[in-house]
Design a protein around this ligand. Structure first.
Ligand SMILES: [Cu+2]
Length: 412
Protein backbone atom coordinates (compact mmCIF):
# COMPACT_ATOMS: atom_id res chain seq x y z
CA UNK A 1 0.00 0.00 0.00
CA UNK A 2 2.76 2.36 1.00
CA UNK A 3 4.54 1.97 -2.33
CA UNK A 4 1.31 2.73 -4.20
CA UNK A 5 0.57 5.96 -2.36
CA UNK A 6 4.01 7.44 -2.70
CA UNK A 7 4.10 8.13 -6.46
CA UNK A 8 0.64 9.64 -6.22
CA UNK A 9 1.69 11.90 -3.41
CA UNK A 10 4.72 13.05 -5.35
CA UNK A 11 2.60 13.73 -8.42
CA UNK A 12 0.12 15.72 -6.37
CA UNK A 13 2.92 17.77 -4.84
CA UNK A 14 4.27 18.47 -8.30
CA UNK A 15 0.90 19.62 -9.54
CA UNK A 16 0.55 21.81 -6.46
CA UNK A 17 4.00 23.27 -7.02
CA UNK A 18 3.14 24.05 -10.64
CA UNK A 19 0.03 25.93 -9.53
CA UNK A 20 2.10 27.92 -7.08
CA UNK A 21 4.58 28.75 -9.86
CA UNK A 22 1.70 29.87 -12.05
CA UNK A 23 0.44 32.26 -9.35
CA UNK A 24 1.80 35.55 -10.76
CA UNK A 25 -0.31 35.06 -13.87
CA UNK A 26 -3.40 34.73 -11.68
CA UNK A 27 -2.85 38.20 -10.22
CA UNK A 28 -4.26 39.87 -13.28
CA UNK A 29 -8.01 40.17 -13.25
CA UNK A 30 -9.29 40.46 -16.75
CA UNK A 31 -7.67 43.72 -17.86
CA UNK A 32 -6.34 42.04 -20.97
CA UNK A 33 -9.43 39.96 -21.71
CA UNK A 34 -11.14 42.47 -23.96
CA UNK A 35 -10.27 42.48 -27.65
CA UNK A 36 -7.28 44.74 -28.38
CA UNK A 37 -9.23 46.86 -30.88
CA UNK A 38 -11.72 47.75 -28.14
CA UNK A 39 -8.94 48.60 -25.67
CA UNK A 40 -7.13 50.71 -28.25
CA UNK A 41 -10.01 52.43 -30.08
CA UNK A 42 -12.72 53.31 -27.60
CA UNK A 43 -11.70 55.08 -24.37
CA UNK A 44 -8.11 56.31 -24.62
CA UNK A 45 -6.91 57.14 -21.10
CA UNK A 46 -4.11 59.55 -20.30
CA UNK A 47 -2.67 61.53 -17.37
CA UNK A 48 -4.34 59.21 -14.86
CA UNK A 49 -2.99 59.92 -11.36
CA UNK A 50 -3.81 58.79 -7.85
CA UNK A 51 -3.55 61.41 -5.10
CA UNK A 52 -1.85 58.77 -2.96
CA UNK A 53 -1.36 55.02 -3.08
CA UNK A 54 -0.97 54.53 0.66
CA UNK A 55 -3.64 55.66 3.06
CA UNK A 56 -5.77 54.49 5.98
CA UNK A 57 -9.36 53.40 6.50
CA UNK A 58 -11.60 56.50 6.53
CA UNK A 59 -9.04 58.52 4.58
CA UNK A 60 -9.87 59.84 1.17
CA UNK A 61 -8.04 59.13 -2.03
CA UNK A 62 -8.84 60.50 -5.44
CA UNK A 63 -8.10 59.35 -8.94
CA UNK A 64 -8.16 61.89 -11.69
CA UNK A 65 -7.20 61.93 -15.30
CA UNK A 66 -8.33 62.44 -18.83
CA UNK A 67 -9.59 60.31 -21.65
CA UNK A 68 -10.14 60.78 -25.31
CA UNK A 69 -13.07 59.08 -27.02
CA UNK A 70 -11.65 57.66 -30.23
CA UNK A 71 -12.99 59.06 -33.48
CA UNK A 72 -12.32 55.68 -35.09
CA UNK A 73 -14.81 53.90 -32.78
CA UNK A 74 -14.98 50.20 -33.85
CA UNK A 75 -18.02 49.49 -35.99
CA UNK A 76 -18.83 46.33 -34.01
CA UNK A 77 -18.94 48.16 -30.68
CA UNK A 78 -22.19 49.99 -29.86
CA UNK A 79 -21.80 53.76 -29.79
CA UNK A 80 -21.11 55.24 -26.30
CA UNK A 81 -24.62 56.53 -25.79
CA UNK A 82 -24.82 55.40 -22.18
CA UNK A 83 -21.60 54.95 -20.28
CA UNK A 84 -20.61 54.88 -16.65
CA UNK A 85 -17.21 55.51 -15.13
CA UNK A 86 -16.63 53.17 -12.25
CA UNK A 87 -13.81 51.85 -10.10
CA UNK A 88 -12.91 48.18 -10.28
CA UNK A 89 -12.14 46.80 -6.82
CA UNK A 90 -11.98 43.31 -5.30
CA UNK A 91 -15.14 43.74 -3.22
CA UNK A 92 -16.29 46.73 -1.16
CA UNK A 93 -12.78 47.83 -0.11
CA UNK A 94 -13.51 51.49 -0.88
CA UNK A 95 -16.61 53.61 -1.06
CA UNK A 96 -17.12 56.27 -3.71
CA UNK A 97 -18.05 59.63 -2.24
CA UNK A 98 -17.79 62.03 -5.18
CA UNK A 99 -17.44 61.86 -8.94
CA UNK A 100 -16.87 64.63 -11.46
CA UNK A 101 -16.74 64.89 -15.22
CA UNK A 102 -15.22 68.06 -16.65
CA UNK A 103 -15.51 69.55 -13.18
CA UNK A 104 -19.26 68.92 -12.93
CA UNK A 105 -20.79 66.66 -10.28
CA UNK A 106 -21.68 63.45 -12.05
CA UNK A 107 -24.07 60.84 -10.67
CA UNK A 108 -25.72 59.19 -13.67
CA UNK A 109 -24.58 57.62 -16.88
CA UNK A 110 -23.48 59.93 -19.63
CA UNK A 111 -23.36 59.91 -23.42
CA UNK A 112 -19.84 60.42 -24.74
CA UNK A 113 -19.01 62.11 -28.00
CA UNK A 114 -16.45 60.38 -30.22
CA UNK A 115 -13.58 62.78 -30.79
CA UNK A 116 -14.11 64.49 -27.45
CA UNK A 117 -11.73 64.81 -24.52
CA UNK A 118 -12.96 64.61 -20.96
CA UNK A 119 -11.48 65.14 -17.55
CA UNK A 120 -12.63 63.02 -14.63
CA UNK A 121 -12.13 62.83 -10.91
CA UNK A 122 -13.42 60.21 -8.49
CA UNK A 123 -13.09 60.57 -4.74
CA UNK A 124 -13.00 57.38 -2.69
CA UNK A 125 -12.73 56.52 0.97
CA UNK A 126 -10.83 53.55 2.42
CA UNK A 127 -13.10 50.88 3.90
CA UNK A 128 -11.24 47.57 4.28
CA UNK A 129 -7.50 47.41 5.01
CA UNK A 130 -5.32 45.51 2.55
CA UNK A 131 -3.39 45.81 -0.69
CA UNK A 132 -5.52 45.90 -3.81
CA UNK A 133 -5.17 46.47 -7.55
CA UNK A 134 -7.66 49.17 -8.43
CA UNK A 135 -8.61 50.52 -11.87
CA UNK A 136 -10.86 53.26 -13.09
CA UNK A 137 -12.91 51.74 -15.89
CA UNK A 138 -15.72 52.56 -18.25
CA UNK A 139 -18.87 50.51 -18.50
CA UNK A 140 -20.06 50.92 -22.06
CA UNK A 141 -23.68 49.91 -22.52
CA UNK A 142 -23.94 46.75 -24.64
CA UNK A 143 -20.16 46.66 -25.16
CA UNK A 144 -18.49 45.87 -21.84
CA UNK A 145 -15.79 47.31 -19.69
CA UNK A 146 -12.77 49.26 -20.86
CA UNK A 147 -10.16 49.25 -18.13
CA UNK A 148 -8.09 52.28 -17.32
CA UNK A 149 -4.59 52.00 -15.88
CA UNK A 150 -4.47 50.06 -12.61
CA UNK A 151 -2.58 50.91 -9.45
CA UNK A 152 -1.77 49.09 -6.24
CA UNK A 153 -3.41 50.79 -3.29
CA UNK A 154 -2.39 50.02 0.24
CA UNK A 155 -5.06 50.67 2.81
CA UNK A 156 -3.89 50.63 6.42
CA UNK A 157 -5.75 50.83 9.71
CA UNK A 158 -8.59 48.81 11.16
CA UNK A 159 -11.78 47.73 9.38
CA UNK A 160 -13.75 48.31 12.60
CA UNK A 161 -12.87 52.02 12.57
CA UNK A 162 -14.62 52.61 9.26
CA UNK A 163 -17.32 55.19 9.57
CA UNK A 164 -19.84 55.99 6.89
CA UNK A 165 -22.45 58.38 8.18
CA UNK A 166 -24.50 60.87 6.19
CA UNK A 167 -26.90 63.61 7.14
CA UNK A 168 -30.36 63.29 5.63
CA UNK A 169 -32.26 66.32 4.23
CA UNK A 170 -34.02 66.55 7.59
CA UNK A 171 -30.78 66.67 9.52
CA UNK A 172 -30.88 63.15 10.88
CA UNK A 173 -27.48 61.41 11.00
CA UNK A 174 -27.61 57.85 9.70
CA UNK A 175 -24.99 55.12 9.43
CA UNK A 176 -24.90 53.92 5.83
CA UNK A 177 -23.25 50.65 6.85
CA UNK A 178 -26.33 49.47 8.76
CA UNK A 179 -29.20 51.81 7.77
CA UNK A 180 -32.23 49.82 6.67
CA UNK A 181 -30.40 46.52 7.06
CA UNK A 182 -33.06 44.95 9.32
CA UNK A 183 -35.76 46.12 6.93
CA UNK A 184 -33.95 44.58 3.96
CA UNK A 185 -33.49 41.26 5.74
CA UNK A 186 -37.15 41.24 6.86
CA UNK A 187 -38.55 41.79 3.35
CA UNK A 188 -36.22 39.26 1.74
CA UNK A 189 -37.24 36.67 4.32
CA UNK A 190 -40.92 37.60 4.09
CA UNK A 191 -41.15 37.17 0.30
CA UNK A 192 -38.87 34.14 0.45
CA UNK A 193 -41.13 32.41 3.00
CA UNK A 194 -44.29 33.31 1.06
CA UNK A 195 -42.84 32.04 -2.22
CA UNK A 196 -41.52 28.85 -0.64
CA UNK A 197 -44.87 28.17 1.07
CA UNK A 198 -46.68 28.60 -2.27
CA UNK A 199 -44.26 26.21 -3.97
CA UNK A 200 -44.48 23.64 -1.17
CA UNK A 201 -48.27 23.79 -1.25
CA UNK A 202 -48.13 22.36 -4.78
CA UNK A 203 -44.95 20.30 -4.60
CA UNK A 204 -46.06 18.22 -1.59
CA UNK A 205 -48.63 16.49 -3.84
CA UNK A 206 -47.84 13.89 -6.51
CA UNK A 207 -46.43 15.79 -9.42
CA UNK A 208 -46.05 15.43 -13.16
CA UNK A 209 -46.71 11.77 -14.08
CA UNK A 210 -49.69 11.15 -11.83
CA UNK A 211 -51.23 14.51 -12.70
CA UNK A 212 -50.67 13.84 -16.37
CA UNK A 213 -52.48 10.50 -16.01
CA UNK A 214 -55.46 12.21 -14.35
CA UNK A 215 -55.51 14.78 -17.12
CA UNK A 216 -55.52 11.99 -19.71
CA UNK A 217 -58.37 10.30 -17.85
CA UNK A 218 -60.44 13.50 -18.03
CA UNK A 219 -60.20 14.16 -14.27
CA UNK A 220 -58.63 17.59 -14.52
CA UNK A 221 -61.30 19.11 -12.25
CA UNK A 222 -60.04 17.02 -9.36
CA UNK A 223 -56.48 18.34 -9.76
CA UNK A 224 -57.37 21.70 -8.25
CA UNK A 225 -59.27 21.69 -4.98
CA UNK A 226 -61.47 24.39 -3.46
CA UNK A 227 -58.71 25.08 -0.95
CA UNK A 228 -56.23 25.67 -3.80
CA UNK A 229 -58.56 28.21 -5.33
CA UNK A 230 -59.14 29.93 -2.00
CA UNK A 231 -55.43 30.27 -1.30
CA UNK A 232 -54.72 31.48 -4.84
CA UNK A 233 -57.37 34.19 -4.49
CA UNK A 234 -56.02 35.25 -1.10
CA UNK A 235 -52.50 35.57 -2.52
CA UNK A 236 -53.72 37.37 -5.63
CA UNK A 237 -55.52 40.00 -3.56
CA UNK A 238 -53.29 39.97 -0.49
CA UNK A 239 -49.91 40.59 -2.13
CA UNK A 240 -50.82 43.79 -4.04
CA UNK A 241 -52.79 45.10 -1.03
CA UNK A 242 -49.79 44.44 1.21
CA UNK A 243 -47.35 46.12 -1.21
CA UNK A 244 -49.56 49.19 -1.61
CA UNK A 245 -50.26 49.44 2.13
CA UNK A 246 -46.58 49.27 3.12
CA UNK A 247 -45.69 51.67 0.31
CA UNK A 248 -48.25 54.16 1.65
CA UNK A 249 -46.85 53.71 5.15
CA UNK A 250 -43.28 54.41 4.00
CA UNK A 251 -44.33 57.50 2.02
CA UNK A 252 -46.03 58.73 5.19
CA UNK A 253 -42.94 58.07 7.27
CA UNK A 254 -40.45 59.67 4.80
CA UNK A 255 -42.42 62.32 2.91
CA UNK A 256 -39.35 64.03 1.42
CA UNK A 257 -37.22 61.60 -0.53
CA UNK A 258 -35.12 61.91 -3.62
CA UNK A 259 -35.84 58.94 -5.90
CA UNK A 260 -32.99 56.88 -7.27
CA UNK A 261 -31.85 58.71 -10.39
CA UNK A 262 -32.17 56.91 -13.70
CA UNK A 263 -31.62 59.77 -16.14
CA UNK A 264 -28.68 60.50 -18.41
CA UNK A 265 -26.33 63.35 -17.48
CA UNK A 266 -25.62 65.79 -20.26
CA UNK A 267 -21.96 66.73 -20.05
CA UNK A 268 -20.22 68.01 -23.16
CA UNK A 269 -16.60 67.29 -23.97
CA UNK A 270 -13.92 69.79 -22.99
CA UNK A 271 -13.77 72.78 -25.30
CA UNK A 272 -11.88 71.83 -28.47
CA UNK A 273 -8.29 71.49 -27.39
CA UNK A 274 -5.88 74.29 -28.01
CA UNK A 275 -4.08 71.98 -30.41
CA UNK A 276 -7.13 71.32 -32.56
CA UNK A 277 -6.24 72.43 -36.04
CA UNK A 278 -2.77 73.41 -34.88
CA UNK A 279 -0.82 70.20 -35.28
CA UNK A 280 -2.62 67.64 -37.41
CA UNK A 281 -1.46 64.07 -37.51
CA UNK A 282 -2.73 61.51 -39.97
CA UNK A 283 -1.73 57.85 -39.83
CA UNK A 284 -0.90 56.56 -43.30
CA UNK A 285 -0.12 52.94 -42.57
CA UNK A 286 0.76 50.52 -39.81
CA UNK A 287 2.71 47.28 -39.85
CA UNK A 288 3.21 44.93 -36.94
CA UNK A 289 6.42 42.95 -36.91
CA UNK A 290 5.58 39.78 -34.99
CA UNK A 291 9.16 38.58 -34.43
CA UNK A 292 10.43 41.96 -33.23
CA UNK A 293 7.22 42.86 -31.37
CA UNK A 294 7.30 46.23 -33.04
CA UNK A 295 4.57 48.40 -34.49
CA UNK A 296 5.80 50.49 -37.41
CA UNK A 297 3.59 53.49 -38.09
CA UNK A 298 3.90 55.89 -40.96
CA UNK A 299 2.31 59.24 -40.23
CA UNK A 300 1.96 62.65 -41.79
CA UNK A 301 2.45 65.65 -39.50
CA UNK A 302 1.07 68.98 -40.54
CA UNK A 303 2.50 71.58 -38.18
CA UNK A 304 0.39 74.71 -38.22
CA UNK A 305 1.56 75.87 -34.81
CA UNK A 306 4.04 78.66 -34.13
CA UNK A 307 6.98 76.49 -33.18
CA UNK A 308 8.75 73.28 -34.09
CA UNK A 309 7.34 70.03 -32.69
CA UNK A 310 8.68 66.54 -32.05
CA UNK A 311 7.04 63.22 -31.22
CA UNK A 312 7.37 62.44 -27.53
CA UNK A 313 5.06 59.54 -26.86
CA UNK A 314 2.70 57.03 -28.40
CA UNK A 315 0.22 55.41 -26.05
CA UNK A 316 -2.26 52.64 -26.72
CA UNK A 317 -4.16 50.19 -24.51
CA UNK A 318 -2.50 51.62 -21.37
CA UNK A 319 1.03 51.05 -22.73
CA UNK A 320 3.13 54.18 -23.10
CA UNK A 321 6.00 54.22 -25.59
CA UNK A 322 8.24 57.17 -24.76
CA UNK A 323 10.81 58.78 -27.02
CA UNK A 324 13.95 58.51 -24.83
CA UNK A 325 15.53 61.48 -26.62
CA UNK A 326 12.84 63.86 -25.50
CA UNK A 327 13.08 64.62 -21.76
CA UNK A 328 9.79 66.51 -21.80
CA UNK A 329 7.94 63.32 -22.62
CA UNK A 330 9.15 61.54 -19.50
CA UNK A 331 6.21 61.98 -17.22
CA UNK A 332 4.94 60.27 -14.11
CA UNK A 333 3.40 56.98 -15.25
CA UNK A 334 -0.37 56.52 -15.13
CA UNK A 335 -0.72 54.32 -12.05
CA UNK A 336 1.29 51.25 -12.94
CA UNK A 337 0.56 51.43 -16.65
CA UNK A 338 3.51 50.13 -18.64
CA UNK A 339 5.91 52.86 -19.64
CA UNK A 340 8.73 51.92 -21.98
CA UNK A 341 11.40 53.84 -23.80
CA UNK A 342 10.75 51.81 -26.95
CA UNK A 343 9.84 54.64 -29.30
CA UNK A 344 12.18 55.28 -32.23
CA UNK A 345 11.62 57.87 -34.91
CA UNK A 346 13.41 57.60 -38.25
CA UNK A 347 13.68 61.34 -38.67
CA UNK A 348 15.06 63.03 -35.55
CA UNK A 349 14.60 66.56 -36.92
CA UNK A 350 11.79 68.64 -35.45
CA UNK A 351 8.87 69.40 -37.73
CA UNK A 352 9.11 73.13 -38.40
CA UNK A 353 6.16 75.54 -38.21
CA UNK A 354 4.24 75.43 -41.47
CA UNK A 355 5.91 72.19 -42.51
CA UNK A 356 4.23 68.99 -43.59
CA UNK A 357 6.30 65.87 -43.21
CA UNK A 358 5.81 62.13 -43.55
CA UNK A 359 7.78 60.13 -41.02
CA UNK A 360 7.90 56.66 -39.59
CA UNK A 361 8.14 55.68 -35.97
CA UNK A 362 8.58 52.31 -34.36
CA UNK A 363 6.99 51.39 -31.04
CA UNK A 364 8.71 48.22 -29.90
CA UNK A 365 8.44 46.37 -26.65
CA UNK A 366 7.55 42.93 -25.31
CA UNK A 367 4.44 44.65 -23.90
CA UNK A 368 2.71 44.11 -27.27
CA UNK A 369 2.76 40.44 -26.34
CA UNK A 370 2.54 40.56 -22.53
CA UNK A 371 -0.45 42.93 -22.69
CA UNK A 372 -2.00 40.73 -25.39
CA UNK A 373 -2.30 43.68 -27.76
CA UNK A 374 -0.68 41.69 -30.58
CA UNK A 375 -3.87 39.60 -30.74
CA UNK A 376 -5.00 42.48 -32.95
CA UNK A 377 -3.60 40.81 -36.04
CA UNK A 378 -5.92 37.84 -35.50
CA UNK A 379 -9.01 39.99 -34.99
CA UNK A 380 -11.70 40.66 -37.55
CA UNK A 381 -11.03 44.35 -36.94
CA UNK A 382 -7.25 44.72 -37.25
CA UNK A 383 -7.08 48.44 -36.77
CA UNK A 384 -4.83 50.08 -34.25
CA UNK A 385 -5.68 53.28 -32.44
CA UNK A 386 -3.76 55.35 -29.94
CA UNK A 387 -2.74 58.77 -28.82
CA UNK A 388 0.32 60.49 -30.21
CA UNK A 389 1.84 63.17 -27.99
CA UNK A 390 3.88 65.86 -29.71
CA UNK A 391 5.95 68.42 -27.84
CA UNK A 392 6.78 71.94 -28.69
CA UNK A 393 10.57 72.37 -28.76
CA UNK A 394 10.52 75.76 -27.09
CA UNK A 395 7.79 75.78 -24.49
CA UNK A 396 7.35 72.06 -23.92
CA UNK A 397 3.69 72.50 -24.79
CA UNK A 398 1.92 69.24 -25.58
CA UNK A 399 -0.27 68.45 -28.57
CA UNK A 400 -2.34 65.28 -28.56
CA UNK A 401 -3.61 63.46 -31.64
CA UNK A 402 -5.72 60.35 -31.76
CA UNK A 403 -4.50 58.28 -34.67
CA UNK A 404 -5.68 55.02 -36.19
CA UNK A 405 -4.76 52.79 -39.09
CA UNK A 406 -5.31 49.28 -40.42
CA UNK A 407 -2.51 46.95 -39.30
CA UNK A 408 -0.70 44.58 -41.65
CA UNK A 409 1.22 41.81 -39.85
CA UNK A 410 4.79 40.94 -40.87
CA UNK A 411 5.98 37.50 -39.84
CA UNK A 412 9.63 37.84 -40.79
CU1 LIG B 1 -5.52 45.25 -12.08
Amino acid sequence: MKTLIKPWLIAMLWIGALFVLEMPAALAHGEKALEPFIRMRTIQWYDVQWSTQKFNVNEEVSVSGKFHVAEDWPVSVPKPEATFLNISTPGPVLIRTERYLNGKPWTNSVALQPGGDYEFKVVLKGRLPGRYHIHPFFNLKDAGQVMGPGAWLEIGGEAADFNNTVKTIHGEIIDMESFGFGNGVFWHLFWGVLATAWLLWWVRRPLFISRYRMLEAGLEHELITTNDKLIAKAVLVGVPVLVLAFNAMEINRYPDTIPLQAGLDQILPLPAQVNAGTVNVDALKAEYNVAQRAMVLQIKIDNRSQSAVRIGEFSTGNVHFINPELPAARHKPDGDAITTAGLNIDDKQSVQPGEQRVLTFVAHDAAWESEKLDGLIRDADSRIGGLLFLYDDLLGKRYISSISAAVIPKFS
